[in-house]
Write a protein that binds this ligand. Structure first.
Ligand code: GLU
Length: 279
């Protein structure tokens, strides 16, 4: 019996899209055909009756490309690029979703949104309202105002915290890697692919140590494993899969064997704030 049979019954799915999966590697500019396939997949999932939340990176990458900048070093320049890029990114998502008759909405968050009880409650209510209205919420970190103290810094962990907040039953981390390997496959040829993680223990957690993100994103395997710890402890299955072709989304939700699945392992005493302290 496949460990993925139950994925067909998921009702609330968070999909995280990394920057590197949205832009052309050569130029850093948006890859429109890819975005179109992503939006079509999400729209179809929605039409099947699944509530979908997108957590999309790309603000900084799109802002940089818009300004013709290849490298940004200062925090201010990154925040300025995020401000420029976020509005462009969302206007394109909005246009693509509208082609499928769907409304989308922007939600920008920082760590504070979750640590402050009132903000957390309001954020959860807004998600619930949007999903009830059949709207696709598109989340990103509020990079423009984030400071070191309140930032997630990567959308891997942010997407897991969002999944926990709204009680999602599946989190898809779409990235430029196939899934979890026993070692870094770029440097170690004996690295073994791990299709299923039933219980995320120290051995697995150590597999991500020292990994870094791609040229366009900031999360590496380490942040993905922390995301898996948060999501699975909150009772949500998580899959890391390669976003080179977004058609993979419907295949994953059909339960087909792609990527690495981390099976939910709900902790009775799960308390979101304990996890936020470690981020
Ligand atoms: N919030 C950042 C952006 O939109 C991306 C963070 C990440 O790479 O995970 O550019």
């Amino acid at each position: 019996m496949s460990k993925r049979e139950h994925l067909k019954n998921k009702r609330r799915v968070v999909i995280k899209i990394g920057s590197s999966s949205l832009v052309h590697q050569e130029t850093g500019r948006l890859n429109f055909p890819k975005m179109e396939i992503l939006v079509r997949e999400v729209a179809d999932l929605h039409n099947k009756g699944v509530s979908v939340v997108l957590v999309s990176s790309g603000a900084i990458a799109v802002g940089k490309a818009a300004m013709g900048i290849t490298e940004v070093h200062s925090v201010q320049a990154k925040q300025a690029c995020a401000a420029i890029g976020q509005v462009r990114l969302l206007s394109i998502y909005q246009k693509f979703f509208a082609e499928y008759g769907l409304n989308s909405a922007q939600i920008l968050m920082t760590k504070d949104t979750f640590t402050d009880t009132e903000s957390r409650r309001h954020a959860r209510n807004t998600f619930e309202q949007l999903l009830a209205m059949g709207v696709i919420p598109i989340v990103n970190e509020n990079d423009t105002i984030s400071t070191a103290e309140i930032e997630f810094g990567d959308n891997d962990r942010l997407s897991a915290v969002v999944a926990a907040l709204i009680g999602a039953d599946l989190l898809l981390l779409m990235s430029d890697i196939d899934g979890l390997y026993s070692d870094d496959p770029r440097t170690c040829k004996d690295a073994k692919f791990i299709p299923v993680v039933e219980k995320l223990d120290e051995t697995f957690m150590n597999m991500g140590k020292g990994s870094t993100g791609s040229r366009f994103g900031s999360g590496g395997m380490n942040t993905k494993l922390i995301a898996a710890d948060i999501a699975t402890s909150a009772g949500c299955d998580m899959i890391i899969a390669n976003a080179s072709d977004f058609h993979i989304i419907h295949k994953l939700v059909e339960g087909r064997e792609f990527g690495t699945i981390f099976l939910a392992n709900p902790k009775e005493e799960f308390y979101l704030l304990d996890y936020l302290e470690k981020i």
